[in-house]
Design a protein around this ligand. Sequence first.
Ligand code: PLP
Length: 429
Amino acid sequence: MKRCEDLADQNMSNSQLPPHGRNWKKVKAEIKSVQKDDAPWYSERMFIGGSYFGGEEVVKVANEAYQMYINYNGLYATKVFPSLVRYERDIVGTLLGMMNAPNCASGSITTGGTESLIMAVKTAHAWAHDHRSGATEPEILIPHAAHPAFDKTAHLMGIKAVRMPQSDGFRADVEAMGRAINANTIMLAASAPSYPFGVTDPIPEIAALSEKHGLWLHVDACHGGFIFPFARKLGYSIPDYDFAVPGVTSISVDVHKLGYANKGVSTLLLRDANLETYQRYTFDAWPSGTYSTQNLMGSRSGGGLASAWAVLNYLGEEGYLERVGEILDTRERFLAGIRRIDGLEIWGEPQAYLIAFGSNVFDIFAVDEGMAERGWMGSRLQDPPAIHLFLDLSHSAIVDEYLHDLAEVVRVVKSGEIQSREKGASYSR
Ligand SMILES: Cc1ncc(COP(=O)(O)O)c(C=O)c1O
Protein backbone atom coordinates (compact mmCIF):
# COMPACT_ATOMS: atom_id res chain seq x y z
CA MET A 1 0.00 0.00 0.00
CA LYS A 2 1.31 3.45 -0.90
CA ARG A 3 1.12 6.33 1.57
CA CYS A 4 -1.55 8.93 0.89
CA GLU A 5 1.15 11.64 0.27
CA ASP A 6 2.79 9.47 -2.40
CA LEU A 7 -0.51 8.85 -4.12
CA ALA A 8 -1.19 12.59 -4.18
CA ASP A 9 2.16 13.04 -5.96
CA GLN A 10 0.75 11.12 -8.90
CA ASN A 11 -1.38 14.21 -9.46
CA MET A 12 -4.63 12.28 -9.73
CA SER A 13 -6.43 13.56 -6.69
CA ASN A 14 -7.96 16.89 -5.85
CA SER A 15 -7.62 18.64 -9.18
CA GLN A 16 -10.28 21.25 -9.83
CA LEU A 17 -12.55 22.52 -12.53
CA PRO A 18 -11.27 25.73 -14.08
CA PRO A 19 -13.16 28.54 -12.27
CA HIS A 20 -14.45 29.93 -15.58
CA GLY A 21 -15.15 28.22 -18.86
CA ARG A 22 -12.43 28.46 -21.51
CA ASN A 23 -12.75 29.34 -25.15
CA TRP A 24 -13.28 26.16 -27.27
CA LYS A 25 -10.50 27.10 -29.67
CA LYS A 26 -8.04 27.13 -26.79
CA VAL A 27 -9.40 23.91 -25.30
CA LYS A 28 -9.15 22.25 -28.71
CA ALA A 29 -5.60 23.51 -29.19
CA GLU A 30 -4.68 22.01 -25.84
CA ILE A 31 -6.28 18.69 -26.79
CA LYS A 32 -4.26 18.64 -30.01
CA SER A 33 -1.08 19.43 -28.17
CA VAL A 34 -1.65 16.70 -25.55
CA GLN A 35 -2.62 14.25 -28.29
CA LYS A 36 0.83 14.64 -29.86
CA ASP A 37 2.21 12.11 -27.37
CA ASP A 38 -0.20 9.40 -28.57
CA ALA A 39 0.60 6.85 -31.22
CA PRO A 40 -1.68 7.18 -34.26
CA TRP A 41 -4.89 5.13 -33.94
CA TYR A 42 -3.56 2.85 -36.66
CA SER A 43 -0.39 2.69 -38.71
CA GLU A 44 1.26 0.27 -41.08
CA ARG A 45 4.19 0.15 -38.63
CA MET A 46 1.97 -0.74 -35.66
CA PHE A 47 0.68 -4.16 -34.68
CA ILE A 48 -0.92 -3.06 -31.42
CA GLY A 49 -3.59 -0.62 -30.36
CA GLY A 50 -6.75 -2.67 -30.88
CA SER A 51 -7.93 -0.64 -33.86
CA TYR A 52 -8.68 -2.22 -37.21
CA PHE A 53 -8.22 -0.31 -40.43
CA GLY A 54 -10.53 -1.31 -43.25
CA GLY A 55 -9.72 1.47 -45.73
CA GLU A 56 -10.31 5.25 -45.70
CA GLU A 57 -13.79 4.95 -47.23
CA VAL A 58 -14.91 2.46 -44.57
CA VAL A 59 -13.61 4.72 -41.81
CA LYS A 60 -15.57 7.61 -43.32
CA VAL A 61 -18.81 5.61 -43.51
CA ALA A 62 -18.43 4.33 -39.94
CA ASN A 63 -17.61 7.77 -38.57
CA GLU A 64 -20.45 9.52 -40.38
CA ALA A 65 -23.00 6.99 -39.17
CA TYR A 66 -21.53 7.17 -35.65
CA GLN A 67 -21.79 10.94 -35.72
CA MET A 68 -25.49 10.72 -36.67
CA TYR A 69 -26.21 8.73 -33.49
CA ILE A 70 -23.46 9.94 -31.18
CA ASN A 71 -25.92 11.53 -28.75
CA TYR A 72 -28.57 8.78 -28.82
CA ASN A 73 -28.67 6.61 -25.72
CA GLY A 74 -28.90 2.95 -26.73
CA LEU A 75 -30.32 2.03 -23.33
CA TYR A 76 -33.66 3.57 -24.34
CA ALA A 77 -33.77 2.14 -27.86
CA THR A 78 -36.90 0.02 -27.38
CA LYS A 79 -38.72 2.95 -25.79
CA VAL A 80 -37.90 5.80 -28.15
CA PHE A 81 -35.39 4.91 -30.90
CA PRO A 82 -36.92 2.22 -33.15
CA SER A 83 -34.17 2.74 -35.73
CA LEU A 84 -31.60 1.41 -33.24
CA VAL A 85 -33.81 -1.60 -32.56
CA ARG A 86 -33.92 -2.27 -36.30
CA TYR A 87 -30.12 -2.02 -36.62
CA GLU A 88 -29.68 -4.45 -33.75
CA ARG A 89 -32.11 -6.94 -35.27
CA ASP A 90 -30.46 -6.71 -38.69
CA ILE A 91 -26.90 -7.09 -37.36
CA VAL A 92 -27.77 -10.00 -35.08
CA GLY A 93 -29.70 -11.70 -37.90
CA THR A 94 -26.75 -11.34 -40.27
CA LEU A 95 -24.34 -12.77 -37.73
CA LEU A 96 -26.62 -15.68 -36.88
CA GLY A 97 -26.60 -16.49 -40.59
CA MET A 98 -22.80 -16.22 -40.72
CA MET A 99 -22.53 -18.57 -37.70
CA ASN A 100 -24.85 -21.21 -39.24
CA ALA A 101 -27.39 -20.81 -36.45
CA PRO A 102 -30.63 -22.79 -36.38
CA ASN A 103 -33.90 -20.90 -36.93
CA CYS A 104 -34.73 -20.74 -33.23
CA ALA A 105 -31.48 -18.89 -32.37
CA SER A 106 -31.29 -15.32 -31.10
CA GLY A 107 -28.74 -12.75 -30.03
CA SER A 108 -28.06 -9.29 -28.72
CA ILE A 109 -25.60 -6.46 -29.07
CA THR A 110 -23.06 -5.66 -26.37
CA THR A 111 -20.43 -2.95 -26.13
CA GLY A 112 -17.46 -5.25 -26.81
CA GLY A 113 -15.92 -8.68 -26.59
CA THR A 114 -15.44 -8.38 -22.86
CA GLU A 115 -19.10 -7.61 -22.24
CA SER A 116 -20.11 -10.49 -24.54
CA LEU A 117 -17.98 -12.88 -22.48
CA ILE A 118 -19.32 -11.45 -19.22
CA MET A 119 -22.89 -12.00 -20.41
CA ALA A 120 -22.09 -15.49 -21.73
CA VAL A 121 -20.79 -16.56 -18.32
CA LYS A 122 -23.66 -14.83 -16.52
CA THR A 123 -26.19 -16.58 -18.78
CA ALA A 124 -24.53 -19.98 -18.38
CA HIS A 125 -24.48 -19.49 -14.62
CA ALA A 126 -28.21 -18.72 -14.45
CA TRP A 127 -28.92 -21.65 -16.80
CA ALA A 128 -26.86 -23.98 -14.62
CA HIS A 129 -29.09 -23.13 -11.69
CA ASP A 130 -31.89 -24.99 -13.53
CA HIS A 131 -29.84 -27.58 -15.41
CA ARG A 132 -26.77 -28.36 -13.25
CA SER A 133 -28.30 -28.41 -9.80
CA GLY A 134 -25.38 -30.48 -8.48
CA ALA A 135 -23.01 -27.56 -9.16
CA THR A 136 -23.02 -26.03 -5.70
CA GLU A 137 -19.68 -24.27 -6.26
CA PRO A 138 -19.76 -23.51 -9.99
CA GLU A 139 -16.61 -23.80 -12.10
CA ILE A 140 -15.78 -22.91 -15.68
CA LEU A 141 -12.97 -24.56 -17.66
CA ILE A 142 -10.86 -22.14 -19.70
CA PRO A 143 -8.17 -23.17 -22.20
CA HIS A 144 -4.74 -21.69 -21.56
CA ALA A 145 -4.87 -19.19 -24.43
CA ALA A 146 -8.45 -17.93 -23.95
CA HIS A 147 -9.10 -14.27 -23.16
CA PRO A 148 -8.86 -13.15 -19.50
CA ALA A 149 -12.39 -11.70 -19.64
CA PHE A 150 -13.57 -15.23 -18.75
CA ASP A 151 -11.49 -15.14 -15.56
CA LYS A 152 -12.50 -11.56 -14.81
CA THR A 153 -16.16 -12.55 -15.00
CA ALA A 154 -15.62 -15.59 -12.82
CA HIS A 155 -13.91 -13.29 -10.33
CA LEU A 156 -16.84 -10.85 -10.41
CA MET A 157 -19.39 -13.60 -9.96
CA GLY A 158 -17.62 -15.69 -7.36
CA ILE A 159 -17.28 -18.60 -9.80
CA LYS A 160 -14.13 -20.73 -9.89
CA ALA A 161 -12.12 -20.18 -13.08
CA VAL A 162 -10.04 -23.25 -13.92
CA ARG A 163 -7.29 -22.37 -16.40
CA MET A 164 -6.12 -25.40 -18.31
CA PRO A 165 -2.42 -26.07 -19.01
CA GLN A 166 -0.72 -25.17 -22.30
CA SER A 167 -0.98 -27.89 -24.90
CA ASP A 168 0.65 -29.00 -28.16
CA GLY A 169 -0.13 -26.72 -31.06
CA PHE A 170 -1.34 -24.05 -28.63
CA ARG A 171 -4.90 -25.36 -28.86
CA ALA A 172 -7.13 -26.35 -25.96
CA ASP A 173 -6.14 -29.67 -24.43
CA VAL A 174 -9.38 -31.64 -24.75
CA GLU A 175 -8.18 -34.57 -22.66
CA ALA A 176 -7.20 -32.27 -19.81
CA MET A 177 -10.59 -30.57 -20.07
CA GLY A 178 -12.33 -33.93 -19.95
CA ARG A 179 -10.36 -34.90 -16.82
CA ALA A 180 -11.15 -31.57 -15.14
CA ILE A 181 -14.95 -31.86 -15.53
CA ASN A 182 -16.70 -32.56 -12.25
CA ALA A 183 -20.09 -32.03 -10.62
CA ASN A 184 -19.38 -28.31 -10.18
CA THR A 185 -18.47 -27.66 -13.82
CA ILE A 186 -21.08 -25.55 -15.58
CA MET A 187 -19.32 -24.19 -18.65
CA LEU A 188 -16.54 -24.91 -21.15
CA ALA A 189 -14.85 -22.09 -23.03
CA ALA A 190 -13.16 -22.20 -26.42
CA SER A 191 -11.62 -19.68 -28.82
CA ALA A 192 -12.04 -19.33 -32.57
CA PRO A 193 -9.27 -18.32 -32.68
CA SER A 194 -7.32 -17.32 -29.56
CA TYR A 195 -5.78 -13.87 -29.36
CA PRO A 196 -2.21 -15.00 -28.57
CA PHE A 197 -1.69 -17.56 -31.35
CA GLY A 198 -4.57 -17.06 -33.78
CA VAL A 199 -5.24 -20.80 -33.50
CA THR A 200 -8.72 -22.30 -33.16
CA ASP A 201 -9.42 -24.81 -30.40
CA PRO A 202 -10.69 -28.30 -31.35
CA ILE A 203 -14.29 -27.21 -30.98
CA PRO A 204 -16.07 -30.38 -32.22
CA GLU A 205 -14.19 -32.39 -29.58
CA ILE A 206 -14.92 -29.86 -26.84
CA ALA A 207 -18.56 -29.77 -27.98
CA ALA A 208 -18.70 -33.56 -27.64
CA LEU A 209 -17.65 -33.10 -24.01
CA SER A 210 -20.29 -30.44 -23.48
CA GLU A 211 -22.99 -32.74 -24.91
CA LYS A 212 -21.81 -35.78 -22.97
CA HIS A 213 -21.80 -33.94 -19.64
CA GLY A 214 -24.68 -31.50 -20.26
CA LEU A 215 -22.51 -28.36 -20.07
CA TRP A 216 -22.72 -24.92 -21.62
CA LEU A 217 -20.10 -24.33 -24.33
CA HIS A 218 -19.22 -20.78 -25.25
CA VAL A 219 -17.12 -20.17 -28.38
CA ASP A 220 -15.29 -16.87 -28.35
CA ALA A 221 -15.22 -15.95 -32.05
CA CYS A 222 -14.51 -12.30 -31.28
CA HIS A 223 -11.70 -12.43 -33.87
CA GLY A 224 -12.79 -15.24 -36.16
CA GLY A 225 -16.41 -14.20 -36.63
CA PHE A 226 -15.63 -11.71 -39.37
CA ILE A 227 -12.80 -13.73 -40.92
CA PHE A 228 -13.73 -17.40 -41.02
CA PRO A 229 -17.03 -17.28 -42.96
CA PHE A 230 -15.31 -15.27 -45.71
CA ALA A 231 -12.05 -17.24 -45.56
CA ARG A 232 -14.04 -20.42 -46.24
CA LYS A 233 -15.69 -18.86 -49.26
CA LEU A 234 -12.22 -17.92 -50.49
CA GLY A 235 -11.17 -21.55 -50.29
CA TYR A 236 -9.17 -21.54 -47.01
CA SER A 237 -9.60 -24.58 -44.83
CA ILE A 238 -11.19 -23.43 -41.56
CA PRO A 239 -11.91 -25.84 -38.69
CA ASP A 240 -15.52 -26.27 -37.54
CA TYR A 241 -16.29 -23.76 -34.83
CA ASP A 242 -19.83 -22.37 -35.13
CA PHE A 243 -23.45 -23.46 -34.50
CA ALA A 244 -23.07 -26.12 -37.20
CA VAL A 245 -21.26 -28.02 -34.42
CA PRO A 246 -23.91 -29.59 -32.13
CA GLY A 247 -23.05 -28.73 -28.54
CA VAL A 248 -22.02 -25.11 -29.15
CA THR A 249 -24.41 -23.15 -26.96
CA SER A 250 -23.32 -19.54 -27.50
CA ILE A 251 -20.89 -17.56 -29.64
CA SER A 252 -19.47 -14.06 -29.31
CA VAL A 253 -18.46 -12.07 -32.42
CA ASP A 254 -17.00 -8.57 -32.30
CA VAL A 255 -18.23 -6.18 -34.96
CA HIS A 256 -15.75 -3.55 -33.80
CA LYS A 257 -12.80 -5.70 -34.78
CA LEU A 258 -12.65 -6.97 -38.38
CA GLY A 259 -16.32 -6.01 -38.88
CA TYR A 260 -14.92 -2.42 -39.01
CA ALA A 261 -17.60 -0.79 -36.83
CA ASN A 262 -16.47 1.95 -34.48
CA LYS A 263 -15.64 0.83 -30.98
CA GLY A 264 -18.52 -0.37 -28.81
CA VAL A 265 -20.12 -3.22 -30.80
CA SER A 266 -20.02 -6.95 -30.22
CA THR A 267 -22.68 -9.65 -30.25
CA LEU A 268 -23.64 -12.51 -27.99
CA LEU A 269 -25.46 -15.19 -30.00
CA LEU A 270 -27.52 -17.99 -28.44
CA ARG A 271 -28.31 -21.30 -30.14
CA ASP A 272 -31.82 -21.25 -28.65
CA ALA A 273 -33.82 -18.05 -28.09
CA ASN A 274 -35.32 -19.62 -24.94
CA LEU A 275 -31.92 -19.20 -23.26
CA GLU A 276 -32.40 -15.43 -23.34
CA THR A 277 -34.41 -15.66 -20.09
CA TYR A 278 -31.14 -16.61 -18.36
CA GLN A 279 -29.36 -13.64 -19.91
CA ARG A 280 -31.93 -10.97 -19.10
CA TYR A 281 -31.97 -9.23 -15.75
CA THR A 282 -35.30 -7.78 -14.62
CA PHE A 283 -36.06 -5.76 -11.52
CA ASP A 284 -39.01 -3.57 -10.59
CA ALA A 285 -38.95 -3.00 -6.85
CA TRP A 286 -38.07 0.67 -7.14
CA PRO A 287 -40.04 3.83 -7.97
CA SER A 288 -39.36 3.92 -11.72
CA GLY A 289 -40.88 0.55 -12.59
CA THR A 290 -39.50 -2.26 -14.73
CA TYR A 291 -35.76 -2.28 -15.36
CA SER A 292 -35.08 -5.09 -17.78
CA THR A 293 -31.90 -5.47 -19.87
CA GLN A 294 -29.94 -8.15 -21.68
CA ASN A 295 -26.64 -6.37 -21.11
CA LEU A 296 -24.26 -5.41 -18.38
CA MET A 297 -23.98 -1.80 -19.49
CA GLY A 298 -26.67 0.82 -19.04
CA SER A 299 -26.32 4.05 -20.99
CA ARG A 300 -24.25 3.82 -24.16
CA SER A 301 -23.99 5.79 -27.36
CA GLY A 302 -26.10 4.60 -30.29
CA GLY A 303 -23.15 5.54 -32.50
CA GLY A 304 -21.41 2.16 -32.45
CA LEU A 305 -24.56 0.30 -33.48
CA ALA A 306 -25.29 2.75 -36.29
CA SER A 307 -21.71 2.53 -37.53
CA ALA A 308 -21.91 -1.29 -37.53
CA TRP A 309 -25.14 -1.30 -39.55
CA ALA A 310 -23.73 1.26 -41.96
CA VAL A 311 -20.48 -0.62 -42.57
CA LEU A 312 -22.17 -4.02 -43.00
CA ASN A 313 -24.38 -2.49 -45.66
CA TYR A 314 -21.62 -0.43 -47.24
CA LEU A 315 -19.27 -3.39 -47.64
CA GLY A 316 -21.69 -6.25 -48.18
CA GLU A 317 -20.29 -9.74 -48.68
CA GLU A 318 -18.15 -8.58 -51.58
CA GLY A 319 -16.40 -5.89 -49.50
CA TYR A 320 -15.60 -8.32 -46.68
CA LEU A 321 -14.39 -11.01 -49.09
CA GLU A 322 -12.02 -8.51 -50.68
CA ARG A 323 -10.61 -7.38 -47.34
CA VAL A 324 -10.32 -10.85 -45.82
CA GLY A 325 -8.62 -12.05 -49.01
CA GLU A 326 -6.06 -9.27 -48.79
CA ILE A 327 -5.40 -9.78 -45.08
CA LEU A 328 -4.96 -13.55 -45.43
CA ASP A 329 -2.67 -13.04 -48.38
CA THR A 330 -0.64 -10.62 -46.23
CA ARG A 331 -0.55 -13.21 -43.45
CA GLU A 332 0.78 -15.86 -45.81
CA ARG A 333 3.55 -13.50 -46.95
CA PHE A 334 4.49 -12.78 -43.32
CA LEU A 335 4.45 -16.47 -42.38
CA ALA A 336 6.57 -17.53 -45.36
CA GLY A 337 9.06 -14.71 -44.73
CA ILE A 338 9.36 -15.40 -41.00
CA ARG A 339 9.85 -19.14 -41.66
CA ARG A 340 12.70 -18.32 -44.05
CA ILE A 341 14.68 -16.63 -41.25
CA ASP A 342 16.89 -19.20 -39.58
CA GLY A 343 16.06 -19.67 -35.89
CA LEU A 344 12.56 -18.15 -35.97
CA GLU A 345 9.48 -20.28 -35.47
CA ILE A 346 5.78 -19.62 -35.77
CA TRP A 347 3.96 -20.76 -32.63
CA GLY A 348 0.98 -22.80 -33.84
CA GLU A 349 -0.80 -22.63 -37.20
CA PRO A 350 -2.44 -19.19 -37.39
CA GLN A 351 -5.87 -19.26 -39.02
CA ALA A 352 -6.87 -15.62 -38.89
CA TYR A 353 -4.74 -12.48 -38.78
CA LEU A 354 -2.91 -13.02 -35.48
CA ILE A 355 0.65 -14.35 -35.59
CA ALA A 356 3.06 -15.25 -32.79
CA PHE A 357 6.66 -16.12 -33.52
CA GLY A 358 9.64 -16.83 -31.31
CA SER A 359 12.90 -18.71 -31.18
CA ASN A 360 14.40 -21.68 -29.39
CA VAL A 361 17.86 -20.37 -30.24
CA PHE A 362 18.04 -16.68 -29.38
CA ASP A 363 16.28 -14.01 -27.32
CA ILE A 364 13.13 -13.00 -29.18
CA PHE A 365 12.61 -10.02 -26.88
CA ALA A 366 15.96 -8.64 -28.06
CA VAL A 367 14.58 -8.94 -31.60
CA ASP A 368 11.45 -7.11 -30.48
CA GLU A 369 13.56 -4.29 -29.05
CA GLY A 370 15.69 -4.12 -32.19
CA MET A 371 12.52 -3.89 -34.31
CA ALA A 372 11.15 -1.17 -32.01
CA GLU A 373 14.35 0.83 -32.61
CA ARG A 374 13.55 0.63 -36.32
CA GLY A 375 10.07 1.99 -35.64
CA TRP A 376 8.04 -1.26 -35.63
CA MET A 377 5.55 -1.44 -32.78
CA GLY A 378 4.70 -5.08 -32.15
CA SER A 379 3.60 -6.64 -28.91
CA ARG A 380 4.82 -9.68 -27.02
CA LEU A 381 3.72 -12.97 -25.57
CA GLN A 382 5.33 -14.37 -22.46
CA ASP A 383 4.41 -18.05 -22.63
CA PRO A 384 6.24 -18.97 -24.80
CA PRO A 385 8.17 -15.75 -25.46
CA ALA A 386 7.11 -14.32 -28.82
CA ILE A 387 6.61 -11.28 -30.95
CA HIS A 388 2.91 -10.89 -31.58
CA LEU A 389 1.49 -9.33 -34.72
CA PHE A 390 -2.06 -8.58 -35.58
CA LEU A 391 -2.66 -7.65 -39.16
CA ASP A 392 -5.16 -5.42 -40.85
CA LEU A 393 -5.47 -3.89 -44.28
CA SER A 394 -2.73 -1.35 -43.60
CA HIS A 395 -0.02 -4.01 -43.39
CA SER A 396 -0.09 -5.37 -46.93
CA ALA A 397 2.10 -2.47 -48.06
CA ILE A 398 4.98 -3.13 -45.65
CA VAL A 399 5.50 -6.90 -45.58
CA ASP A 400 8.80 -6.82 -47.49
CA GLU A 401 10.19 -3.89 -45.51
CA TYR A 402 9.24 -5.56 -42.21
CA LEU A 403 10.79 -8.89 -43.21
CA HIS A 404 13.94 -7.16 -44.40
CA ASP A 405 14.33 -5.39 -41.03
CA LEU A 406 13.47 -8.57 -39.15
CA ALA A 407 16.20 -10.57 -40.92
CA GLU A 408 18.68 -7.78 -40.19
CA VAL A 409 17.73 -7.52 -36.50
CA VAL A 410 17.90 -11.31 -36.08
CA ARG A 411 21.42 -11.23 -37.54
CA VAL A 412 22.43 -8.54 -35.02
CA VAL A 413 20.84 -10.42 -32.10
CA LYS A 414 22.60 -13.65 -33.11
CA SER A 415 25.89 -11.81 -33.18
CA GLY A 416 25.27 -10.80 -29.56
CA GLU A 417 25.30 -7.06 -30.30
CA ILE A 418 21.93 -6.48 -28.60
CA GLN A 419 20.30 -8.10 -25.60
CA SER A 420 16.81 -7.42 -24.33
CA ARG A 421 16.45 -4.87 -21.55
CA GLU A 422 12.85 -5.78 -20.73
CA LYS A 423 11.64 -9.28 -20.01
CA GLY A 424 8.01 -10.34 -19.99
CA ALA A 425 4.94 -9.18 -21.85
CA SER A 426 1.96 -7.00 -21.18
CA TYR A 427 -1.41 -7.09 -22.95
CA SER A 428 -3.00 -3.86 -21.86
CA ARG A 429 -0.59 -1.79 -19.77
C1 PLP B 1 -10.20 -13.55 -28.10
C2 PLP B 1 -10.73 -12.29 -27.48
N1 PLP B 1 -11.89 -12.29 -26.84
C3 PLP B 1 -12.40 -11.20 -26.26
C4 PLP B 1 -11.72 -10.00 -26.32
C5 PLP B 1 -12.27 -8.79 -25.63
O1 PLP B 1 -12.69 -7.85 -26.55
P1 PLP B 1 -12.87 -6.31 -26.19
O2 PLP B 1 -11.49 -5.74 -26.08
O3 PLP B 1 -13.66 -5.82 -27.35
O4 PLP B 1 -13.62 -6.21 -24.92
C6 PLP B 1 -10.50 -9.93 -26.99
C7 PLP B 1 -9.78 -8.67 -27.11
O5 PLP B 1 -8.85 -8.54 -27.88
C8 PLP B 1 -9.98 -11.11 -27.57
O6 PLP B 1 -8.78 -11.09 -28.17
